[in-house]
Ligand binder design. Sequence first.
Ligand SMILES: [Mn+2]
Length: 244
Amino acid sequence: MILFVADLHLSPRTPGATALFLDFLAGRARQASALYILGDLFETWIGDDDIASPDHAAIVAALRAASDAGLAISIMHGNRDFLLGDAFAAAAGVRLISEPYILSTAEWQFVLAHGDALCLDDAEYMRFRAEVRTPAWHSAFLARPLAERRAIADGMRAASEASQRQRNTPYSDLQPAATEDFLRQHGYATFIHGHTHQPATHDHIVDGIHVERWVLADWHEDRGECLVWDGEALHREVLVPAAR
Ligand SMILES: [Mn+2]
């Protein structure tokens, strides 16, 4: 059994979602052989040297414990936590995977991505993405002191929230033509992604071939979701807080 999640956006401002995820890693996820986290596990990640902060320690330890118990955990960068690096992966016992990622099982073929790279109609965001996803930007940013990086990240988040408020729809969506090309380029594999916070299952007809696209749900303080592949079909599973 394989599980997929995305867009948990964990931060000190989301203790409920963090508790849900810790429970998930200690419980439900242990019934699976593999877990794929398709981006934005964290609301912000300002560098692996921030791993010991109280905000992150419990999450990293829980990933490590699940990994040590036999769960194969793969994490993809999202647009918020694209600075997750090798030191984080080693501490958490996870594998960092790059997107798009082809997942071939004995029964079916999937292609996995965060989703933001296909939001081509959002020109402002695509410019920002091109700027911050270069090795030069990474090394310049990571060379700054932690406190300075935290301030920059807070400023970026505020700017992003302000620009979202100015639009009709708070989240941009994938560009249809680019999405069709993507499906074609990846052999009409079932596409699983997050990012848009618009969970849905879309049916595409590309070159006469039916292709499914599953959009993962984002997590909230009292509700999470994982997508389950049981070897035959995909289905969504809602995660709610355990009674305490
Ligand atoms: Mn995202």
